[in-house]
Write a protein that binds this ligand. Structure first.
Ligand code: PXL
Length: 276
């Protein structure tokens, strides 16, 4: 299940999560937290759902269809976070319950539009992180959450340790925003004892919209299929590298051409001849 917001442009949020889950061979369920009005120029409106409706979506699916793993995306407010945490506790998601829980602490869109109220950062730290199987912050989110400005690998290691101290079982500090790595992109996994560097190529697509959502959803899919966290993270990395390699510019040829690129789960796009 993804607990996340919608993106009317279809590049990020729930749409991205469901595409990644389908591409990774699992059935995705949805608890919508917010509707965003956005195109390639940015987010022009956000409408949050009542917190009790968010909690009800989670509990409705958990008590009927069942949930093998859950991830969070845009949670928008501390009220929604508290409702999510209540529902998760009631149905065994995260903490030491049976259902793995990936917390992607989404704070802003690629254009820098805010997707999280400032006051909600504390709810991430004190309520969500202690319940998370894995947290997957990018470097902007690291700065917001623990005040560490990561400019080199040493600070990436330090940030992983500090984030681990907030209570998740695993931390993945993503390296996509590390300007120092001109030739590659190294994500760092930490379980409190062992650091694992996950190297990968860096692509010149500018901003790839929804790449974090896709990565967390691919990891969540691996966990739903019974993989260990390190194996699911390795799967997620393989998935996102190829999906970004095959990404395409959003908006090209239709109105304003932006620098936003959309992820393509490449193997779900059959060649044109398949339709003939
Ligand atoms: O990629 C982060 C993200 C998550 N969820 C929603 C978004 C975005 C980025 O724009 O719009 C709904």
């Amino acid at each position: 299940m993804t607990i996340a917001g919608t993106d009317s442009g279809g590049g990020a949020g729930v749409a991205a999560d469901l595409r990644a889950m389908a591409a990774c061979g699992v059935h995705g369920c949805v608890a919508v937290t917010a509707v965003t009005v956005q195109n390639t120029l940015g987010v022009s409106g956000v409408h949050t759902l009542p917190p009790e409706t968010v909690a009800a979506q989670i509990e409705s699916v958990a008590t009927d269809i069942g949930l093998d793993a859950v991830k969070t995306g845009m949670l928008a407010t501390s009220e929604i976070i508290r409702a999510v945490v209540g529902a998760c506790d009631r149905v065994g998601i995260g903490a030491d319950g049976p259902t793995p829980f990936v917390v992607d602490p989404v704070a802003a869109s690629m254009n820098g539009d805010k997707l999280l109220a400032d006051e909600a950062l504390d709810a991430y730290r004190s309520l969500l992180f202690p319940r998370a199987t894995l947290v997957t912050p990018n470097l902007d989110e690291v700065r917001l959450l623990v005040g560490i400005d990561v400019h080199d690998r040493g600070a990436q290691y330090e940030a992983a340790k500090v984030l681990f101290g907030l209570g998740p079982r695993f931390v993945l500090v993503k390296g996509g925003h590390l300007a120092e790595d001109v030739d590659g992109c190294v994500d760092l996994l930490y379980d409190g004892h062992t650091f694992t560097e996950l190297p990968g190529p860096r692509f010149d697509t500018g901003d790839t919209h929804g790449s974090g959502d896709n990565l967390a959803s691919a990891i969540c899919s691996g966990l739903a299929r019974g993989m260990s966290v390190p194996d699911a993270v390795a799967l997620g990395k393989r998935y996102i590298v190829e999906a970004v390699r095959h990404s395409y510019p959003l908006g090209a040829g239709h109105g304003p051409v932006s620098s936003l690129w959309a992820i393509r789960p490449w193997w779900t796009n059959p060649p044109r001849s398949a339709f003939n």
